[in-house]
Ligand binder design. Structure first.
Ligand SMILES: Nc1ncnc2c1ncn2[C@@H]1O[C@H](COP(=O)(O)OP(=O)(O)OP(=O)(O)O)[C@@H](O)[C@H]1O
Length: 318
């Protein structure tokens, strides 16, 4: 069995409103799967169904090949968007208490809690109450509660919201490490840079439907446009020679390759900056060969679509 979580044809109505419409996802073992979509797309609804907080009206969920049931709750660590900790209970006591509910012995729960508190620099908070912590601090406690019993599936709803950049990066690294250690991770987020850095697979939801799904590298390849960003220095670094070269290139290349004068940054003030979309039967080497005779090339990079671009393009098209 290579897939840990399979959700098939999930449908969920709230009254007349269809929150999920025949939605299916497959999360491979040991992967990080990003659930993306505009506000109200249905991400949290799906996550709640996987956590058996809400029941689907139609469809099935399987964990490790078995139909999802109450016995699997112990195998899933869930960090909800609205964090649920007891406000007046002491932090350390609470983490141990919640770990014991997940089946750990008192000794093991204490050992693992101290390990995580030390690892995340939180030992000073052990005897404080949740209500005395900031939002981000409480969120770190919630993170520990989610991972402590080492469930095979970890689900984070917006794990980075509320964290400063240092803590967001710390949690990102911890999630990557959890994958290294064998966990499978499903998370929803609006932070596209974290998707770029972390996800093996993504599903993009929009208006209760899945509109895009697959391995991130395959999706990026599918959205590539054969466009290259180019910077050329002219021999005598002046505005005149740059303009002359620009006119030359426009004359020689337009109608042949698609050219834009671009706005990215390069090193020199007088660099000529271009974005060139190469026609289908040609290669970047053809373009490079042509440009070599024109000036000193100091920048030549393929324009790879970002997850942000892919998100906006796909949502606007649906
Ligand atoms: N308990 C409920 N009763 C009625 N409608 C609901 C309920 N829960 C969610 N919805 C509706 O279902 C839709 C999907 O909500 P959901 O919370 O799954 O979106 P989301 O993709 O997680 O959005 P966000 O990015 O804003 O968190 C929304 O239109 C919401 O109003």
């Amino acid at each position: 069995m290579t897939d840990l979580l399979v959700a098939e044809h999930i449908k969920k109505q709230y009254g007349d409103y269809t929150a999920l419409n025949d939605l299916s996802i497959v999360v491979p073992k040991g992967s990080i799967f990003g659930l993306l979509g505009p506000n109200g797309a249905g991400k949290t609804t799906l996550i709640r169904i996987i956590n058996q907080i809400t029941m689907p009206d139609q469809g099935k969920v399987y964990l490790d090949g078995e139909p999802l049931s109450q016995k699997h709750i112990i195998n899933i660590g869930y960090m909800p968007e609205e964090r649920g900790l007891y406000k007046s209970m002491k932090v350390g006591e609470q983490v141990i208490y919640l770990a014991r509910l997940k089946g750990l012995s008192k000794e093991e729960a204490g050992k693992r809690s101290r390990y995580w508190f030390e690892r995340l620099g939180m030992m000073d908070w052990w005897n404080r109450k949740i209500q005395e912590l900031s939002k981000g601090q409480a969120q770190k406690v919630q993170f520990i509660v989610t991972v402590l019993h080492r469930p095979k599936l970890l689900i984070f709803d917006e794990p980075f919201s509320g964290f400063d950049p240092i803590n967001a990066s710390l949690i990102k690294d911890e999630i990557l490490q959890l994958r290294e250690d064998g966990a499978t991770i499903l998370f929803s987020t609006h932070r596209m840079e974290s998707v770029e850095q972390m996800c093996d697979h993504i599903a993009l939801m929009h208006k209760s439907n899945k509109v895009l799904d697959g391995k991130l590298v395959d999706i990026k390849r599918e959205f590539r446009t054969n466009t290259y960003e180019i910077g050329i220095e002219t021999a005598d670094d002046t505005a005149e020679s740059r303009d002359r070269l620009h006119a030359d290139l426009m004359n020689e290349l337009s109608g042949y390759w698609e050219i834009n004068t671009a706005r990215f940054k390069t090193i020199n003030e007088y660099d000529l900056k271009l974005k060139v979309k190469i026609s289908e039967n040609q290669t970047p080497n053809d373009l490079l060969n042509y440009l070599t005779g024109k000036g000193l090339i100091n920048h030549f990079v393929e324009v790879i679509p970002t997850v942000d671009d892919i998100f906006i393009q796909t949502v606007n098209a649906n």
